[in-house]
Design a protein. Structure first.
Length: 209
């Protein structure tokens, strides 16, 4: 099974969308994507999950900036621009993986869920990170990677090692991902919408005792 994401022909670069809205990317605060990180510094994405008015909890993802720097920079910039906020986990393979990050999932047309992106793709960044339970990787678009759609492994998938760019790992809240992976679906789409909101923080990595 391929974890794929289609590209909508009407997708426009996110920076262009900002310009059209009257906002200037250059005027924004310095991005965490460009911050120099020390040996104990790490970037953590906090994915708040909700369904309707009920907040299910948070999934904390340690971003692997040393292993997939381009993917991490891209993910951080999109999160800071609130690109992911309000998008859905549009694809669920029960007890296997969950996928989200398509901007077209915000509208009322379920048929276009999974075909959206920021208007560009990313070249793969092969690394040694494995597809273990909790790994976070980018969906593929042919021989490229989606610019925004990602998936979380709910179990080990050793046969996927090297096929997708793993750019993060869940360090807290895997039970929230498991809950998404257990919902009722129709053609792998959750029957009830499950939305996300993403922010990224920089912190010092805890010392191992």
């Amino acid at each position: 099974m391929r974890i794929i994401a289609s590209i909508a022909l009407l997708a426009i670069p996110w920076t262009m969308a900002l310009a059209q809205s009257g906002e200037s990317p250059e005027a924004a605060q310095p991005s965490l994507a460009d911050v120099e990180l020390g040996s104990r510094d790490e970037l953590v994405a906090i994915v708040e999950v909700s369904s309707g008015q009920e907040v299910w909890g948070e999934i904390h993802v340690r971003l692997n900036h040393k292993y997939a720097p381009r993917h991490v920079k891209n993910f951080v910039r999109l999160a800071e621009q609130e690109f992911y906020d309000g998008t859905l986990f549009h694809r669920v393979k029960k007890e296997s993986f969950i996928q989200g990050g398509s901007p077209t999932s915000r509208d009322d047309d379920p048929k276009n869920d999974g075909i959206g992106g920021p208007g560009y793709t990313l070249p793969p960044e092969p690394n040694d990170k494995k597809h273990v339970r909790g790994a976070v990787a980018m969906a593929s678009v042919g021989d490229k990677n989606s610019g925004s759609q990602f998936f979380i492994d709910l179990k080990d998938h050793p046969s996927w090692d090297g096929q997708y760019t793993v750019f993060g790992n869940v360090i807290e809240g895997i039970e929230v991902a498991d809950r998404i992976g257990s919902v009722r679906t129709s053609a792998e789409r959750p029957v009830e919408p499950i939305a996300m909101k993403v922010r990224v923080i920089k912190r010092r990595r805890p010392l191992k005792l």
